[in-house]
Design a protein around this ligand. Sequence first.
Ligand code: PXG
Length: 466
Amino acid sequence: MNMITNHLPTAELQKLDAAHHMHPFTDSTGLASKGARVITRGQGIWLTDSEGHRILDGMAGLWCVNIGYGRKELAQVAAKQMEELSYYNTFFQTTHVPAIALAAKLAELAPGDLNHVFFAGSGSEANDTNIRLVRRYWQVKGKPEKRVIIGRWNGYHGSTMGGGSLGGMKPIHSHGGMIDGVAHIGQPYWWAEGGEMSEDDFGLMRARELEAKIEELGVDNVAAFIGEPIQGAGGVIVPPKTYWPEIQRICDKYGILLIADEVITGFGRTGNWFGSQTFGIKPHIMTIAKGLSSGYAPIGGSIVCDDVAAVVAEGGEFFHGYTYSGHPVAAAVALENLRIIQEEGVVEHVRDVAHPYLAERWHALADHPLVGETKLVGLMGSLILTPDKARRAKFAGEEGEVGFRCRERCFANDLIMRAVGERMIIAPPLVITPAEIDILVERAKKSLDECHAGLKADGLMVAKKD
Ligand code: PXG
């Protein structure tokens, strides 16, 4: 077997990596000068690198390894499926058992009349599917001019041209531009943008930007709104409780389609199967990926409501699909992952055990002199680093510098906790135990202490002037 277990020394791997491997979202010159960390094994919530460090993965890979690493059942299902039917497509009037079974299972798990699944290979692809689905829906209904999709600044919906355009990350737009027919409104990020308003008033105000945008564009031109129940890549921005009900009201009032991007919030992350259930959202389409297979195989998709599926079907052939839509091995792996989540009560574990246990410890970090607000929904958490929490102040230095320093301390303490600007974020595997949560929080606290001491020593605990 061609398993790379007896690998080259780390420095040689890093040299080859720098010479031949182009990394996503990476400054390759900077990386080449220090060498990438080489991860070699994963078990439960723990990773091992090529130097033998045992690292607590506070990010579940990239928000995806919901059931933890190293589950043999998934490997066995993949091997068996490869032997039985390694590939066949679902174009041209054919289908296969894994795609059927997974679609039916998702229809059962998803709320309301979200009963139809269009498969993709990733979350980005699924959102590209959504652009085409909602535009096709309005075409078939005789309103082809309804094609604008409204997203949010600092939202993330992937990195393809479509997904990158729906998202509101300006650095992504700046590399290669945007597709047409996409507009953005402000994000519901009270700490940074709420000024003197209460959180609830601010949530309403940001939701009402959707109404203003629909009026500005003309409802006859608007197809859909897309949002993550909680913005993940944007920094685990938990919206004020007034936000989603108002968004829902506006979508209902104007009759535009609502897409909930559940790529991160799906499959137990928020303590329910879907984030839409946690926030009371009733979407027409849900984007899924990541936790669908716990990252064991690349697969994503769109779960579509009865009305949208029926209208698109009425229009005859929908000219869209991917070679790997419903890939049998990925579908079989996803199905086994869902079986484990369901039979082992992983969602209940998040809701009744892991979330309450972590919440107490995570929110206690708000007493730390470097920490402003703390947020935690299910097992998706963030905290903000600030030189002056009473004023919700930013640091005087360059944005992201302090977050970067804190992340480096976490790395040194064998904890993966990410930084988005000055927000530190966690999303550990959902199977994390209370004893492991203790270790996570201890390491986070130690890293915050070290970061704080370093900032003081370097004279950087200084607030930006208003
Ligand atoms: N929607 C959401 C809400 C996501 O978080 C995607 C779509 C795209 O999925 P794919 O499978 O195409 O990557 C994502 C992905 C980060 C980070 O830095 C987050 C994602 C991907 C890469 C980096 O937090 N989320």
